[in-house]
Design a binder for this molecule. Structure first.
Ligand code: ZN
Length: 84
């Protein structure tokens, strides 16, 4: 009896590739204003998670912005940008 099955390992590898390549329509472009310099910044949001927060550096003034996204799959409902 083999405890190690190479076929099972291949299935796991394929599954991981599948998770990395999310469908494009779940990636939505949205924009927000930098809380420091007021610059409008656009960002691509992965809506498959249903909502999440992240920190992005402003492309203009390079200061860190705390972003909170509220999402439905395929749609960005709200973006909240605040000083991190
Ligand atoms: Zn800025």
């Amino acid at each position: 009896m083999a405890l190690f099955c190479p076929l099972d390992n291949n299935d796991i590898a394929r599954h991981r590739v599948c998770l990395r390549n999310r469908p494009m329509d779940l990636l939505c472009e949205t924009s927000f204003e930098c809380p420091y310099c007021g610059e409008g910044i656009s960002i691509t949001v992965d809506t498959s998670q249903g909502g999440y927060s992240t920190i992005e550096d402003c492309t203009v003034c390079c200061r860190p912005i705390q972003l909170v996204f509220e999402c439905e799959p395929g749609e960005v409902i709200a973006v909240e940008a605040s000083a991190a």
